[in-house]
Design a protein around this ligand. Sequence first.
Ligand SMILES: [Zn+2]
Length: 156
Amino acid sequence: MREKIAHPDEIRRWEGEFPVRHRYTPGVAGEAFFTALRERGVLLGSRCANCDYTYVPARLFCERCFSELAADTEVGPDGELVSFTILFEGIEGEPLDLPEAIGAVRLDGADAVLIHRVPDLPDEPLEIGQRVEVVIKPESERTGSILDIEGFRVAD
Ligand SMILES: [Zn+2]
């Protein structure tokens, strides 16, 4: 019989080393996205003309109509904060020294949102609808990872 966890405190946990590794391939469109990010510092999306919808990161096909898409649409670097949350605990429930913000941003030219950190919180509270801009690491520090994006900064 399966256990039914009714309350988060009932979850049992074993500490230890578990030798599991993951290797995830980004796929054709993901490769184009990460290469453009690393080499040119730009964000690539894919536009579906049928659906009048632009995905970001780039996709190989439209998840609405299954049309083949190209990774050829630059979006951002500015956009609109459409949602955010403030974290006071880390992923293991450890308290953070300083709260961190995670934002969902609709970059200019995109319909989908990109979720990333808002690393330097402004003095004023964040607001939905605020203009933000993506902050990308200097070229010498980029590795072709989503962490080549430092996050979003509230635009002046
Ligand atoms: Zn479509």
